[in-house]
Design a protein around this ligand. Sequence first.
Ligand SMILES: Cc1cc2nc3c(=O)[nH]c(=O)nc-3n(C[C@H](O)[C@H](O)[C@H](O)COP(=O)(O)OP(=O)(O)OC[C@H]3O[C@@H](n4cnc5c(N)ncnc54)[C@H](O)[C@@H]3O)c2cc1C
Length: 450
Amino acid sequence: MSLAIGGGILACANPKALSKEHQDRILVIGAGIAGLAAARALAEQGIRTTILEGRSRIGGRIHTDRSLNNIPLDLGASWIHGIEDNPIYELAKSTNIRTLKTAYTEIQLYGNGKFLSDQEKEAIDQQLAKVLRATEKAREQRTNQDQADISLKLALEQVINSKNPQFSSQQLQELNYAINTAIEHEFAADAGDLSLYHWDHSNAVKGEDVLFPDGYEQIINLIAKGLDIKLNQIVKNITYNNQEVIVTTNQGSFAADKAIITLPLGVLKQGNLEFVPSLPDRKIKAIQSLGMGTLNKVYLQFPNVFWDQEAHLLGSISDNKGEWAEWLNIYFYTHQPILLGFNAGSYGRAIESLSDQGIVAGAMQTLQQMYGSQIPKPTGYLVTRWQQDPFSYGSYSYMATGSTPNDRQALAESVNNRLFFAGEATSQNYPSTVHGAFLSGVEVAQKVMA
Ligand SMILES: Cc1cc2nc3c(=O)[nH]c(=O)nc-3n(C[C@H](O)[C@H](O)[C@H](O)COP(=O)(O)OP(=O)(O)OC[C@H]3O[C@@H](n4cnc5c(N)ncnc54)[C@H](O)[C@@H]3O)c2cc1C
């Protein structure tokens, strides 16, 4: 499949064109990357579509903010995860959009009152790998014995507690740090909420991870160019029958032959949006079973750099697991003295109820522990609250305890050949990612045209 915009997103597909009278009657709900990719793919086949977007901007969970001195800072997705045969990387390459690599081993890691040596960091990685191998064995055993799913945390604890000799408290702290940054940040959920059986059920794209020093929005703008997008249209009701689909927003009603729904799982879970008739039980169960995770970001702008300029990441092994453990050195990518802190899962959710000042103070406490009390105060900051965001209610989906990959399939299934579904949570191969969302949009367009 050619994925370059010039070659056409669907250049190698062979869709049957819709009949003439249907050509302007496809509605796409949501102008995130899935909705934009679907509309673009349809547009490239001469099928006019209208996108209805609730926000006053496009991009959804890809959003480049420029309010700090016009510096492009991504509040949603940052990385292309794996560049080999990745459609997002292909788009970036074919249009000369600049990307820079993140090497996760290039980390300045603080713990136990000092910065750790390369060997000490390596030892933590190896310890995590060992525990995960033992957890994998436990998973196989449970599967063979037909036992019910449990949380990843419970399985990890069983492995950790069975170790002889026991881990020291320092080793446990290091392991908790590794579990938090390597797993809980990636899946935006506590290990206690992840399914042992399916937490890692997705395909990794090979190759390095890269990010956009000039902002992810460049990809969004590229795909959105020339599409018919109506902003500030908050969809409230979707009524469908054998003839048509009627979508009602805060501003009016739109009729179509088919609708492509790319609403985030968090929005579907919230249930503020009415489907008439209601969605099939299978899909409702999938919406309930899958988890919607939280990953929040805090950018802090400083007058000068006081950390290792060359490090890609900074880490802090803290007493309290999951609090301000991982930072991205934005200076390395943009030469601006900015740090980006991440918090995921329950702590990521908890800080949303704090004031901005409270959040910044918490971040500064960790940085002061790492770099001393004399470090400068931030001159600017950006704080995200993805869980409270009424257009996403969370950051991205995860496999919650008890959910299965069939739930993602059920979420992706069309209803009566009228309603079609796309978006990161519907992707079986690459959920929770930009490329997964993009490909789900391309695939749903093919389904609509079939
Ligand atoms: C903090 C954060 C960091 C991330 N980091 C990465 C990363 O580094 N790499 C990566 O690959 N992925 C990352 N992701 C995940 C990635 O951003 C998403 O998987 C992807 O952008 C989802 O695209 P989508 O089109 O499925 O959904 P969305 O982008 O959410 O699009 C859905 C659209 O529907 C709209 N909408 C919602 N409700 C309504 C309504 N009622 N009426 C009309 N419109 C509505 C929304 O406003 C939105 O525009 C991250 C996400 C977050 C939040």
